[in-house]
Design a protein around this ligand. Structure first.
Ligand SMILES: NC(=O)c1ccc[n+]([C@@H]2O[C@H](COP(=O)([O-])OP(=O)(O)OC[C@H]3O[C@@H](n4cnc5c(N)ncnc54)[C@H](O)[C@@H]3O)[C@@H](O)[C@H]2O)c1
Length: 259
């Protein structure tokens, strides 16, 4: 059985990492997908999926780019059922006491522009087609939407804001459109930080990252992007038709740490 047969999805940040795993899994489940990303080189490395995949280079911070991605989706597939607001950037666990005021200002702008405004712009651009299809929105949130130390102050604030958007949008968009989230824990990807932090954040190799993540969750899992994909499939499918304003925490059990 394919869970998303006949569905059309738009996934932001679909060129790599968690977004790419969602794109690949949605296609395997029978969906047709539009993958949008800032990085055309990453989109170009997606395997060919014939008429099941179209790509759009665009910036979620720019409203016109979100509109263009939605238009491309409608032009290619005639409708839109699922919008995945996934594009995001990180703050490298930067603490308030180590960051200068001018860096804080720049990092705040960049992270909130991508993680919060990008989601608002994407949902706004996709809303009318989603209403027509009785579709759904899925936001990539984070362990940082619920707990401290899933990032630094700016990232944590942005991902708490994302949780607020899921709840408010679920309220505003009912009864036609469902809005839910997936909150991954630490995952092996190349999640980037804004330029002013590039020299401040200690680069970590994959193995070191894997060990660090494993040591921090009860299931002792270092998650890979594919570990989260089924949660998106469930929320995108008709199997979750009674679910809105909810978040699946895909984080190795951080809520039962008992620290
Ligand atoms: N990696 C983790 O540990 C982790 C944990 C929890 C949540 N997340 C969230 O998962 C999401 C995906 O991140 P990832 O870990 O796969 O990182 P990633 O860097 O591999 O993927 C993010 C993708 O978003 C794209 N992107 C960034 N800014 C963009 C913009 N302005 N417009 C369009 N595309 C843009 C990037 O080019 C990239 O392809 C983010 O929202 C992130 O906050 C990641």
């Amino acid at each position: 059985m394919q869970w998303l047969s006949g569905k059309v999805a738009l996934v932001t940040g679909g060129g790599r990492g968690i977004g790419r795993a969602v794109v690949e899994r949605f296609i395997a489940e029978g969906a047709r997908v539009c993958a949008m990303d800032l990085q055309g080189e990453d989109l170009a490395t997606l395997p060919s999926h014939g008429d099941q995949l179209v790509t759009v280079v665009g910036d979620v911070r720019v409203y016109a780019d979100n509109e263009r991605a939605v238009r491309q989706c409608l032009a290619t597939f005639t409708k839109l059922d699922i919008f995945v607001a996934n594009a995001g950037i990180f703050d490298g666990f930067s603490r308030l006491d180590t960051i200068s005021p001018s860096t804080l200002e720049e990092v705040y702008k960049q992270i909130f522009d991508v993680n919060v405004k990008g989601m608002l712009f994407g949902v706004k651009a996709a809303l009318e087609p989603l209403k027509s299809s009785h579709g759904s929105v899925i936001a990539t949130l984070s362990q940082a939407s619920f707990y401290p130390d899933g990032g630094g102050v700016v990232y944590t604030a942005s991902k708490h804001a994302g949780l607020g958007l899921v709840r408010q949008l679920a309220f505003e968009c009912a009864p036609l459109v469902r809005v839910n989230g997936v909150a991954p824990g630490g995952t092996i990807t190349q999640l980037t930080v804004p330029q002013p932090l590039e020299n401040m954040v200690k680069p970590m190799g994959t193995e070191e990252k894997r060990k660090r993540i494993q040591s921090r969750n009860p299931l002792q899992i270092a998650q890979d992007p594919e570990d989260h994909a089924a949660a998106y499939v469930y929320l995108a499918s008709n199997q979750s038709r009674a679910v809105t304003g909810e978040v699946i925490r895909s984080d190795g059990g951080l809520g039962v740490r008992g620290l």
